[in-house]
Design a protein around this ligand. Structure first.
Ligand SMILES: O=C(O)c1ccc[n+]([C@@H]2O[C@H](COP(=O)([O-])O)[C@@H](O)[C@H]2O)c1
Ligand SMILES: Cc1cc2nc[nH]c2cc1C
Length: 343
């Protein structure tokens, strides 16, 4: 496995010093200052370059849907993949609005998508029902991680310096909740939410399904074994996407509940991943705030989103771009002849 580098502390410090010299009261640009400083450390440049983001949406189906854990039928996964490529999905619109490359990868949809112009990397046609069996075999998990790694390599080869993973998979908030419970130590009551919008009875059952899945897996499993037991094909691919991006020194902008579960699994595989993660937003899904806190991340936006697809990350792109533009373009006190702070 390629080693993940550490961010550049010298560039980070130089960027922090520059922020103190820009013509504004110290600290007055709030989180935008911290973002510019973080991106400087990740890019290894005192003044970060403008971002060229790439969005990759990974799709997969989930055997656990047989347990009635989603408000929508599993056929929606394949239908939404078609909607992505035809330009009608939220992420299609947001990718266009941000002039950002959008790639769609079939990591494990339980339908034949051969006619669609997407990346065909189906590892298997849907995962096992995690309530009673592994989501996938160890070999399938390794293959799904590699699907994500290859997608990151393609995006970076195309010039991306910010990676966004989106997810599409009816049922995937259930395996995501299981992974988050296991990797954060929180209970299903604290983490399991309504996903696409299940009612009270289905929510109670979904919590039981997650508790059953957690009770089934051994206490001593490593990150990759946990992904195989409790994850999903698109979730494992997203984990691989993050691990490869970080190994290549490219910042990773998380989306919602599912991408954060994938990041926790990826972090369990390689803890050096952590500094490369940025949180875009806090999803409305119960447990997302706790999952982000487990990663030590604080989200930029809290808009009540619970869509997935990479949509929350795409919405945050302009904020990141403007943090860099301010850091690069503002005059210093010396340049502008403005008096600095009194003491
Ligand atoms: O990203 C999120 O925070 C998020 C929260 C709730 C639902 N989703 C999306 O809705 C689908 C999963 O919801 P469910 O109820 O089928 O488990 C899947 O396609 C996700 O992209 C996504
Ligand atoms: C329509 C629809 C679109 C989605 N996009 C991501 N998850 C989704 C779930 C549904 C049901």
């Amino acid at each position: 496995m390629p080693r993940i580098p550490a961010p550049d502390l010298a560039a980070r410090h130089a960027a922090a010093a520059r922020q103190q010299q820009l013509t504004k009261p110290a600290g007055s640009l709030g989180k935008l200052e911290e973002l510019a400083i973080t991106l400087a450390g990740l890019q290894g440049r005192d003044i970060p370059q403008p971002l060229q983001p790439a969005i990759t949406v990974f799709a997969g189906d989930h055997g656990v849907c047989a347990d009635g854990v989603s408000a929508y039928p599993p056929e929606v996964t394949a239908a939404m993949v078609a909607n992505f490529v035809h330009g009608g999905a939220a992420i299609s619109v947001l990718a266009r609005a941000n002039q950002t490359r959008l790639e769609v990868v079939d990591a494990g949809v339980a339908a034949d998508l051969a006619a669609l112009p997407i990346v065909h990397a189906k590892v298997r046609a849907g995962s096992g029902n995690i309530r009673r069996e592994p989501a996938m075999s160890a070999e399938q998990c390794a293959a799904a991680l590699e699907v994500g790694r290859m997608a990151a390599r393609r995006a970076i080869a195309d010039g991306a310096n910010l990676l966004i993973a989106g997810d599409m998979g009816i049922g995937n908030t259930t395996p995501s909740a299981a992974l988050i419970c296991r990797l954060s130590g929180h209970s299903p009551e604290a983490i399991v939410g309504r996903g696409t919008g299940v009612g009270d009875t289905a929510l109670a059952h979904k919590r039981q399904v997650v508790a059953d899945a957690l009770a089934r897996v051994a206490p001593d499993l490593d990150g990759q074994a946990l992904l195989a037991e409790l994850g999903g094909l698109e979730i494992a691919a997203i984990a691989g996407f993050y691990l490869e991006g970080a190994a290549q020194g490219v910042p990773l902008l998380l989306d919602g509940f599912i991408s954060t579960a994938a990041a926790l699994a990826a972090q369990a595989i390689d803890p050096d991943l952590t500094p490369w993660l940025l949180a875009s937003h806090c999803s409305q899904e119960t447990g997302h705030a706790l999952a982000l806190a487990a990663l030590g991340l604080s989200p930029l936006l809290d808009f009540g989103l619970r869509l997935g697809e990479g949509s929350g990350a795409a919405l945050a792109i302009p904020l990141l771009q403007q943090a860099i533009a301010l850091h690069a373009g503002m005059a210093t006190f010396a340049e502008a002849g403005v008096a600095g702070k009194n003491e």
